[in-house]
Design a protein around this ligand. Structure first.
Ligand code: SF4
Length: 297
């Protein structure tokens, strides 16, 4: 029987505990570790995210040359004061780009839940830690929240683009990030679940169509979409707005949409942006370059 968000909420009510504690106890039981060890692991994850962003360099491009440098570009634009959104959203978008570019550049990242969507959760947690000056322990608890949401999605649907399209990667990451933000903003466990549902609903049906099969186009910029969606859904949930479709049913709908999605839209690079004229040209150019490199004189 797959885990549900409702089951976690029921457990919280019976045990008089919070959503994040469900995942903490689950981790302790699954790995036979102490509370301190589980927290230490989460801290390592958060520190890794932080380190990757801090050591980002704008002059690094991916091996294909298709992505890189845009995190720095957006950061420079933010400094002009002309960005439309506020400082938190600005930082989130910049962080999302930096993390996702780091993945494309083969740097160390945390797959959260996957490498392709690795920018979304750090995009909300790092700026929150930096700008709101909350104790690090709160951020780690928020990471447990992301784990709980991710676990339910993985069990009931999928977190893999090859299985469920990009809704399963960026959509899941966005739902996890939205829930984490609600926790940090002091929302209830029920609001955490509604924020996750709202985020997932907004990205339902998103296809996986990486150009040339590389986790670069459109993946890097979709991380920005994921974090912006998460922030807006967290704000909606904090305002008391609920998903009219119960959160678990939203996850089940995602599973249904993913299972009915044509294989061209599930990481095969045969449809969507990958199949556009320019997408195909990029792929052929990269293939030619690869062939040239393998020809020995
Ligand atoms: S397009 Fe596919 S490979 Fe890229 S982030 Fe989305 S699911 Fe991952």
């Amino acid at each position: 029987m797959e885990l549900s968000l409702q089951e976690i909420l029921d457990w919280c009510q019976t045990e008089k505990k919070r959503f994040w504690e469900y995942m903490l106890y689950d981790d302790m039981a699954q790995r036979g570790i102490s509370r301190e060890e589980s927290f230490a692991y989460m801290e390592k994850i958060f520190d890794t995210m932080e380190q990757t962003v801090k050591t980002y360099r704008q002059d690094r491009l991916s091996a294909s040359g298709l992505v890189g440098a845009e995190g720095g570009k957006l950061e420079a634009y933010a400094k002009t004061g002309n960005m439309l959104c506020g400082s938190f959203m600005e930082e989130a978008m910049i962080t999302a780009l930096k993390m996702a570019e780091s993945n494309a550049c083969m740097r160390r990242i945390v797959a959260a839940p996957t490498a392709g969507s690795c920018g979304v959760i750090p995009a909300v947690l790092l700026p929150y830690y930096e700008l709101k000056k909350v104790p690090k322990e709160e951020i780690l608890k928020a990471l447990f929240v992301t784990g709980g949401i991710g676990e339910v999605i993985a069990q009931r649907a999928s977190i893999s683009g090859a299985e469920g399209g990009c809704q399963a990667e960026i959509g899941s990451a966005s739902a996890m990030a939205a829930g984490a933000l609600v926790y940090l903003q002091g929302g209830s466990d029920e609001q955490i679940c509604h924020a996750a549902a709202l985020a997932l609903k907004g990205l339902l049906g998103l296809v996986c169509d990486p150009v040339a099969g590389l986790v670069e186009i459109p993946c890097v910029k979709r991380n920005v979409l994921g974090c912006v969606n998460a922030i807006s859904c967290a704000d909606m949930a904090m305002a008391g707005i609920k998903s009219r479709i119960p959160p678990d049913e939203v996850i089940d709908a995602m599973q249904e949409v993913g299972s009915k999605m044509d294989s061209a839209f599930r990481e095969t690079a045969l449809g969507g942006l990958a199949a556009t004229k320019t997408g195909q040209e990029i792929m052929h150019k990269l293939m030619e370059t690869e062939e040239d490199a393998t020809i020995t004189p």
